[in-house]
Design a protein around this ligand. Structure first.
Ligand code: GTP
Ligand code: SPV
Ligand code: MN
Length: 591
């Protein structure tokens, strides 16, 4: 093959087959160089796929608008194509591999005619680290190439790291006609292969992210004895310099990026507290040589929710977007060629286009940015990026935190009694749905470990894997907690201030890990004594409100237990006995 950047036979063979299938006019081997990326950005601007933004105010930044019918993940069109249907489990859509390949190849046949095939080599995790896994994505989208350059370690060093190995993840993306009826995101765990057709939206086409780092990697982790989770990773530094690392799983658009980049309240800043971001969406975790659980963020950038990101809510995220970033489906401010979204500030631009590219009147009541509009920003831009970000060993995790968006029921925070009970707590996560996926918003659904749309195999086997990891970790296992920042009053107002003030809850969590504070035993686990959550310096928030959001309402939890039992019913024999026992304990505790 001409200009090939590798002699790896498994890569060359696979690419030759895909060239034959898709029939590109041109093939471009992406090497990761600045020059090549600049050339592609310029080409993207010339075709309208990208807009170059104000170089003074947003240097190196671009705006991209996806098709109006293509703005979020499509869970109904996402498939796990395992050999056996049973291995996909009741929470995934399944298609037989032969049938899926056949259908997808029919869609992909000739799909690159008149287009260029870009060959993207990328690493999830620092190249050469024990965590690293490699992938090749073929795409016909410049937006995908320049986004992968931010979100992954992309470039020809991946070929050097791979040598002649065939241990790499195959990814084929074809934009086709962005036809919703022919949109499919398919995963073949037995072949380490992902095929995505008829979409241009990040979550469906940046194949290193949810497709590889969660759906395929969860299979790899199960087989190889590690974990791939939908978790942020952060470090809390105390005034004495000690850093405690926490991993937290919340469903999409429920606050991972915000928590990962938290700025401590003034009171804590004055004392010398700092929070360091290791990752905001995905954690790969394995047992280290010391027997503890170590975590690494396999990504190299943030694909964050834009609306709501402001200097007030998340300055670190906003600052991360100020250079070399890509904005998708936000408002284009035509006066100064910058971007805007709801709640960025109180000054929506007067002369602007909305996320659909239409002239937008900010006074007409319509939203300018799509609720799932996103920024793609290099991790290195983040002012609070952890010095361990590139560490090949990862960071040691002391606490795992689950959470969701619940107006009622779940208290602000509680701790599980032990690892198996913690697995139960993760398995019963429920949350009100958000705009991150197509479908109704605000409906409570079960989202175990925030992995419902991302677990690449049978959820019952996944829970079993969690239980086995606990056995391996023994008394070195992280402590497991659940949080809920989203309790509301009768008028729907959030009761807990959230954001930076969430550190007050993390502080309690860390103290529990150090056995430095007592707790109240309740039917669902350990809940803080209200006096142990520091509310000093909070305006308009009193002890009575705190007590109200720490409350465990037995009647609501009895309903919850019924819901869990019904949900568990889907898993039949695959429901681990440990979880069944935990449900029985919960029911007994509620009597
Ligand atoms: P994905 O990238 O989809 O996985 O989302 P995420 O979990 O990283 O969510 P993100 O941090 O982007 O937050 C999503 C929404 O939740 C934003 O609108 C935030 O303003 C809101 N949010 C985050 N943290 C809090 C909080 O502590 N309290 C309240 N009330 N809202 C929050
Ligand atoms: C999520 O939905 O959890 C995201 C965005 O992080 S996407 O990459 O679209 O999955
Ligand atoms: Mn996510």
């Amino acid at each position: 093959m001409t200009n090939a950047l590798t002699t790896n036979p498994s890569i060359l063979k696979w690419i030759e087959e895909k060239i034959e299938l898709t029939q590109p006019d041109r093939v471009m081997w992406i090497d990761g160089s600045h020059e090549q990326l600049e050339e592609l950005r310029a080409e993207g601007c010339s075709t309208g796929e990208l807009y170059k933004l104000n170089e003074e105010k947003l240097p190196g930044c671009y705006l991209h608008l996806s098709a109006v019918n293509d703005v979020a993940r499509v869970e109904g069109r996402t498939f796990i194509c395992s050999e056996k249907e049973e291995d996909a489990g009741p929470t995934n859509h399944w298609m037989a591999p032969a049938e899926a390949y056949d259908m997808l190849y029919n869609i992909a046949r000739g799909a690159y005619k008149g287009r260029t095939m870009y060959i993207i080599p990328y690493s999830m995790g620092p190249v050469g680290s024990p965590f690293a896994k490699y992938g090749i994505e073929l795409t016909d989208s410049i937006y995908v190439v320049i986004s992968m350059a931010i979100m992954t370690r992309m470039g020809k060093e991946v070929y050097a790291a791979l040598g002649d190995s065939d241990d790499w993840v195959r990814g084929l993306h074809c934009k086709c006609d962005i036809d919703e009826e022919k949109r499919y995101i398919c995963h073949f765990p037995q072949d380490n292969t992902i095929i995505s057709v008829n979409s241009g939206y990040g979550g469906n086409v940046l194949l290193g992210k949810k497709c590889f780092a969660l759906r395929i990697a969860s299979n790899l982790g199960r087989n190889e004895g590690w974990m791939a989770e939908h978790m942020l990773i952060l470090g809390v530094e105390k005034p004495n310099g000690e850093i405690t690392y926490i991993a937290a799983a919340f469903p999409s658009a429920c606050g991972k990026t915000n928590l990962a980049m938290l700025i401590p309240p003034e009171l804590y800043r004055e004392k010398g507290y700092k929070v360091w971001c290791v990752g905001d969406d995905i954690a790969w975790m394995r047992v280290g040589e010391d027997g503890r659980l170590w975590a690494c963020n396999p990504e190299n950038g943030f694909f964050g929710v834009a609306p709501g990101t402001s200097m007030k809510s998340n300055p670190n995220a906003l600052i991360s977007t100020k250079k070399n970033a890509i904005f998708t489906n936000v408002v284009h401010n035509l006066d100064d060629n910058t971007v805007w979204w709801e709640s960025m500030d109180k000054n929506p631009p007067k002369n602007a286009k909305n996320w659909k590219g239409e002239v937008w009147d900010c006074t007409d009541g319509s939203k300018g940015a799509h609720p799932n509009s996103r920024f793609t920003a290099p991790a290195q831009n983040c002012p609070c990026l952890s010095s361990e970000f590139d560490s090949p060993a990862g960071v040691p995790i002391s606490a795992i935190v689950f959470g969701g968006r619940r107006a009622k029921t779940a208290p602000l925070v509680y701790q599980s009694r032990n690892w198996d009970h913690g697995v139960f707590v993760g398995s019963i996560v429920a949350s009100e749905t958000t705009a991150a996926a197509t479908g109704a918003v605000g409906v409570v659904r079960r989202d175990p470990m925030a992995m419902l749309p991302f677990c690449g195999y049978h959820m019952g086997d996944y829970w079993k894997h969690w239980i086995e990891m606990g056995k391996k970790l023994g008394d070195k296992a992280p402590k497991i907690f659940n949080v809920n920042w989203f309790r509301t009053d009768d008028d729907g107002n959030f009761l807990w201030p959230g954001f930076g003030d969430n550190l007050r809850v993390l502080e309690w969590i860390i103290k529990r890990c150090e056995n430095a504070v007592d707790a109240k035993e309740t039917a669902i686990g350990y809940v803080p004594n209200a006096g142990d959550i520091n509310i000093e310096g909070l305006e308009d928030f009193d002890r009575a409100t705190l007590e109200s959001i720490l409350e465990v309402d037995k009647a609501l939890w009895a309903e919850e237990a019924d819901g869990i039992e019904e949900f568990y019913g889907k898993f039949g024999d695959k429901l681990p006995a440990e979880l069944k026992a935990e449900l029985n304990t919960l029911k007994a505790n509620l009597k």
